[in-house]
Design a protein around this ligand. Structure first.
Ligand SMILES: Cc1cc2nc3c(=O)[nH]c(=O)nc-3n(C[C@H](O)[C@H](O)[C@H](O)COP(=O)(O)OP(=O)(O)OC[C@H]3O[C@@H](n4cnc5c(N)ncnc54)[C@H](O)[C@@H]3O)c2cc1C
Length: 338
């Protein structure tokens, strides 16, 4: 979607925190001045869809009024198992939901990994993304009530995310009372991803009703060039040989675990949305998603990202999680489950 929007004229500024939001005084036409990533913009409308940061954005506009909502972050932890571990499971298995969420699920990923989680913990800060063995063990025990024949030795990774829950207990889709033209789409907790197309329709209707003139883009391209993905895992022997192909050969395997080739990574790096992070490559190509979690391919991927983004290797962001800590968490989780 991001690449398609760029192809249709959208400019995406990554790593550009909104730091100022104020009415342009004396303009007489309700214009807002917004600063982000060192640039200044003047606009009639701003949509605050900053998730966990939406309270901070609302706060920038609330200098003359009260803060309309508070974000009460709710952390959820997950455990990912090796590719192939979900064999025999072809659907998402839910348990009855509780007041705090839809509960722990057991699911195959598109690529055949088993994925288990998330739990729900109220935390002080949305930056608290720590995983801990006691919670992970609790997740496994709960998941076993749904499916009990998975092997915890196959777990390769743990991670967590923070749901941007609010003190209102529902999605907040409303105009700011402090700054004309600021539309809040905040407190979008689960199932916010599923709901996002409907929320976007609602936002467009509200903006149109408020006077935003929307014109059809006659040159709209509905499609984008398909990205290249690794296929099913091939024979280990052939993969081992492909690792030794010379650099620059598109068939050279860079990520052994997931058999991701140099051609696939270069395709991701050459598209219309620049990538400056290890996670950017990982999420697009699966390089680093395997059992070794990027220990083998990480340095090579970092070099390619730096070259393509025109930055130094030190400037390439990530990986966003500490691999040693993940392994320690997994070992401690298994010990608790013995
Ligand atoms: C553990 C977990 C499980 C979930 N499960 C599901 C599920 O099964 N189904 C489902 O539909 N949804 C699920 N969700 C919820 C879903 O992820 C969220 O509802 C959705 O991501 C919220 O979208 P958003 O655009 O409001 O916020 P986000 O996706 O968080 O996006 C906000 C963006 O704003 C940026 N930002 C923040 N502050 C600023 C600032 N000051 N300036 C500029 N940019 C800023 C952030 O970097 C981020 O890119 C889950 C979430 C979690 C954590």
């Amino acid at each position: 979607m991001a690449e398609n929007s760029v192809a249709n004229g959208v400019e995406i500024l990554l790593n550009s925190k909104v730091t100022s939001l104020e009415e342009i005084s004396g303009s007489g036409s309700d214009f807002i001045s917004l600063e982000a990533g060192g640039r200044e913009f003047s606009t009639r409308f701003v949509v605050n869809a900053a998730g966990a940061g939406s309270e901070e954005v609302a706060e920038l506009a609330a200098t003359r009024g009260t803060l309309p909502f508070h974000i009460n972050p709710r952390k959820g932890q997950y455990i990912v198992f090796r590719r192939g571990s979900a064999e025999g499971l072809d659907t998402v298995v839910f348990q009855p939901p509780t007041v705090r969420g839809k509960g722990i699920l057991v699911t195959p990923t598109t690529w055949g990994n088993l994925l288990i989680g998330p739990d729900a913990q109220e935390v002080q800060s949305s930056e608290d993304l720590e995983t801990d063995p006691a919670s992970l063990a609790r997740i496994i025990r709960t998941a076993r009530r749904s499916i009990d024949d998975f092997d915890i030795k196959q777990a390769i990774r743990v991670f967590s995310g923070s749901r941007p829950a609010s003190d209102r207990g529902d999605f907040i889709i409303e105009w700011s009372e402090n700054l004309t033209g600021l539309l809040h789409l905040a407190g979008i907790e689960s199932p916010g991803l599923t709901s996002s197309p409907a929320i976007a329709h609602e936002a467009v209707n509200m903006l149109r009703a408020a006077g935003l003139i929307l014109k059809d883009n006659q040159d709209f391209h509905p499609e984008r060039k398909a990205s290249v993905h690794p296929g099913p895992l091939g024979p280990a022997g052939a993969a081992a040989r492909a690792v030794n192909l010379p650099e620059g050969n598109p068939d050279r395997i860079v990520c052994r675990c997931e058999q991701v080739t140099e051609g696939i990574i270069r395709d991701a790096l050459s598209r219309n949305l620049s990538i400056g992070s290890m996670d950017g490559v990982k999420r697009r190509t699966r390089a680093g998603m395997g059992a070794c979690q990027g220990a083998f391919c990480g340095p090579g991927v970092r070099t390619m990202v730096a070259e393509s983004a025109g930055i130094t290797e030190d400037e390439v962001f990530g990986p966003s999680r500490d691999r040693v800590k993940i392994l320690e968490n997994l070992a401690a989780m298994r010990a608790l489950l013995k």
